[in-house]
Write a protein that binds this ligand. Structure first.
Ligand code: RP5
Length: 168
């Protein structure tokens, strides 16, 4: 299976991005993580993206805050799918990063998840890699089944509580 990469604009983004590491590990997806800044290390970020396909990556996740150009800068260098995580790291509460990440010009898409949405970024990366990996697709299907069961269980509990007229 191809690898995933998780790139962050600053080491200060690390704690927000950690849920992505955890999900990729849970799913058995090999990944690399790096700090690359579109503004502070633009040459290194571009080189990583340019070589990513040849280096065995199938999808890149880019997390950045403020004027968040990392995902777009990577997209400019590769046709691999790029998933952007806007990071809440400024006085604008991440709205700045959301708009900077999502508003890409035609022909240069960045699949943008919610502000601080690292878990879903990794889930989307897994779904992309699962297109060509049946084993991973089965793991994702099992996770969805577990989510469904969990919600149905919670609904059943709610009905029991309501039937007893217990305050929740
Ligand atoms: C962005 O600016 C980074 O992605 C981070 O979210 C934010 C602050 O970076 P530092 O000043 O903490 O390095 O580029």
């Amino acid at each position: 299976m191809k690898k995933a990469a998780i790139l962050m604009g600053s080491i200060s983004d690390l704690e927000t991005v950690r849920p992505a590491f955890a999900l990729l590990e849970e799913l058995g997806i090999a990944y690399e993580a790096h700090v690359f800044s579109a503004h502070r290390t633009p040459r290194q970020a571009a080189a990583f993206a340019r070589d990513a396909s040849a280096n065995g990556f199938g999808v890149l996740i880019a997390a950045a805050g403020k004027a968040a150009h990392l995902a777009g800068a990577l997209a400019a260098q590769t046709a691999l799918p790029i998933i952007g995580i806007p990071i809440k790291s400024s006085t604008l509460d991440g709205l700045d990063a959301l708009l900077s990440t999502v508003q890409m010009p035609q022909g240069m898409p960045v699949a943008t998840v919610a502000i601080d949405g690292a878990y879903n970024a990794a889930m989307l990366a897994a779904q992309i890699l699962a297109v060509e990996n049946d084993n991973l697709a089965q793991k994702l299907a099992a996770m969805r089944e577990a989510m469904t069961k969990n919600v149905l269980q919670k609904d059943a509990e709610l009905q029991t509580i309501l039937a007893r007229k217990v305050t929740i």
